[in-house]
Write a protein that binds this ligand. Structure first.
Ligand code: URA
Length: 424
């Protein structure tokens, strides 16, 4: 069926509901270049302002999946995947994928690069000498069967409508819309073909969703899309008011992930890794305790094989920065807050992230947090360590950190890392 784009735009602009046929047509016609960029920009703004109901969102997601191919991996074990909506210091995929594989599932983790203040998993792994992000479909399937875990770049041809639409939303101020974010994430994840999916929906200053109610709405929408498309999903709402762990950047985050895989690492990273692993294993129907497997060292063994299979040397030294600038604690007391967004922007300015898709990142750039909220600090002792190969970036990073941390007399009330769970 064919429609006129202006009629579809007008229907949504005036608060109407788009029919299944209108949605299928407009997504397909946009992908083929029949609906012009300015028409889709107007429709995205109408959706941003008027929203979509659950049926429209599920259909829109289906149309975006249908714009490309759907992976079908020939893997003997149950496949289960994780998606994070993105945060500061979020290196969880690195210990999680080998941990869940060590417990018996297959984890095809097709990941992206960072944009803005949140880091990208591929950028972090590329700080390991020799590691290769681009794998063919045959290589992905072979590695899933031999190692159980793959973290690699998304293959071409998955949800091309989303690729086009996401770039358009980026330049038309239509990113922060729950129907558009949820359909964008789920179209790619469902096209990747995992039978189970756990969503880590971040809430806080360093996340897309600044408040828990906003994150709950996004989580419910994501889980409902999964259900509508026959993919078993669970979402955890997790804290992103302060960076996850102590390391923010690329090589520093890999080093922290390895600490976790060797049985150490910061408590919040360990706790979230185990919580997500539990949910993934439940979806895969595997009753193994991931905390025990992590402690046994088996997950580290899978990590080493996963890195080696992709050309990396798991025992190679990670890049070190040419400049280190220490920010001392301004007073003695307790660190009462350390703002995720401030630290994320500072790390990005030091060179850990990129402003445009084509920009390079510095493997050694980032920030080490010597204290986390609730920790005692001593005036003049190191609080933050800024790493960079471009020392001229340090003043801009320090400016981003202004007002980003506070020292007081009393520890803030401790909240766990997992704030809520959303199930079908
Ligand atoms: N991540 C996505 O993949 N899509 C969005 O719209 C937002 C975040």
């Amino acid at each position: 069926m064919t429609f006129a784009a202006v009629d579809v735009i007008r229907a949504k602009r005036d608060g109407g509901r788009l029919s299944d046929e209108q949605i299928d047509w407009v997504v397909d016609a946009y992908t083929r270049g029949v609906v012009a960029e300015e028409q889709m920009a107007a429709l995205a703004m109408a959706i941003f302002l008027r929203g979509m109901d659950d049926g429209e969102i599920a259909r829109w997601t289906g149309a975006m999946i249908g714009s490309g191919s759907r992976l079908s991996l020939d893997v003997a074990r149950p496949t289960v995947d994780k998606h994070s909506t993105g945060g500061v210091g979020d290196k969880i995929t690195l210990p999680l994928a080998p941990l869940v594989a060590a417990c018996g599932a297959a984890v095809p983790q097709l990941s992206g690069r960072g944009l803005g203040h949140t880091g990208g998993t591929l950028d972090k792994l590329e700080s390991i000498p020799g590691w290769r992000a681009a794998l063919s479909l045959d290589e992905i399937a072979a590695q899933l069967n031999s190692v159980g875990a793959v973290v690699c770049a998304a293959t071409e041809g998955l949800a091309p409508a989303d690729k086009k639409l996401y770039a358009l939303r980026d330049v038309t101020s239509t990113v922060e819309s729950v129907p558009l974010i949820a359909s964008s994430i789920m179209s790619k994840k469902i096209a990747e073909g995992a039978s189970g999916l756990v969503l880590d929906v971040k809430a806080g200053s360093g996340a897309f969703m600044k408040t828990v109610p906003e994150a709950q709405l996004l989580a419910r929408t994501l889980v409902d899309i999964g259900t509508a498309h026959g993919v078993a999903c669970t979402a955890l709402i997790t804290d992103m008011s302060t960076p996850l762990g102590r390391a923010v950047g690329n090589a520093v985050e890999v080093a922290e992930a390895v600490e976790v895989l060797r049985g150490g690492g910061p408590a919040d990273v360990v706790s979230l890794t185990v919580a997500l692993a539990r949910e993934m294993l439940a979806l895969a129907g595997i009753s193994v305790d991931p905390a025990e497997v992590l402690a046994s060292g088996e997950a580290y063994e899978v990590w080493a094989r996963m890195i080696t299979a992709q050309g990396g040397d798991p025992s190679a030294s990670l890049p070190r920065p040419s400049s280190v600038h220490v920010v001392p604690a301004p007073a003695s007391g307790v660190l009462t807050s350390l703002d995720a967004y401030a630290v994320g922007v500072a790390a990005w300015r030091l060179g850990a992230g990129r402003a445009r898709k084509e920009d390079p990142v510095q493997a050694a750039a980032g920030i080490l947090c010597h204290a986390k909220p609730g920790d005692a600090v001593v005036a003049g002792e190191p609080l933050l360590e800024l790493h960079t190969d471009t020392p001229e970036a340090i003043p801009a990073a320090l400016a981003a950190l202004e007002g980003g941390f506070e020292v007081g007399a009393e520890a803030p009330a401790a909240t766990g890392i997992v704030l809520d769970t959303v199930r079908p």
